[in-house]
Design a protein around this ligand. Sequence first.
Ligand code: SF4
Ligand code: SF4
Length: 222
Amino acid sequence: MIIAERKPINEIVAMVRDAERILVLGCRGCVSVCSAGGEREVELLCSLIRLGKKQAGQQVQVEGATLVRQCDKEYVDEIDRWQGQYDAIVSMACGVGVNFIANLRPADKVYPAVNTSFFGGSALQGEWSEQCAGCGDCVLHLTGGLCPVARCAKSLMNGPCGGSVDGRCEIHREIPCIWQAIHDRLSRFEQKAELDRVAPIRDWRPAGHGGPRKAVRNDLTI
Ligand code: SF4
Ligand code: SF4
């Protein structure tokens, strides 16, 4: 899922300093699961904005709502229910949701309430870690299911680098060297031959380095 974290409240209040009627919009997708922008967080943010505005001596009317998703036109269109009732939307969805509202509602001011961080998962309560960088050319079949793009500090395709010590990464000692883990897994599965393979120079265009990416499924288009 997409992991996000709410921005500091002072930053959010400063964004909407000129707004007097605010719609705080949550999303029931990933940001709900990682407790950054679901119904509970919307309720809390509404209260914090009211308080922040009050402290700044400003009048404000704040309403909260949560859409099924903010990355789908079908659900974003539900904003029309509040048409004319707000002069700023504070979106608690990931950056995709904020972009979608900006694309679909050119006349509306929309502000991000969260920092969209990475694609990750949670193995421990209250903790999430990055697992995939959406590179568009997955190599997990060659690396024992562990991602060198997202989980190696240098995104090396041939690792480990010379800095790996005792299975730890030289850049962040607190995390395991993922290339050590890749070696360990491929050895366990007797796929050591994969380790002799020198990965060729990578074309990073599918990873987004060639501009915004798009996926079209002709079997699904109307
Ligand atoms: S190789 Fe690319 S697609 Fe596969 S897990 Fe890593 S970043 Fe994601
Ligand atoms: S120590 Fe391992 S994880 Fe860290 S940068 Fe080097 S190869 Fe990548």
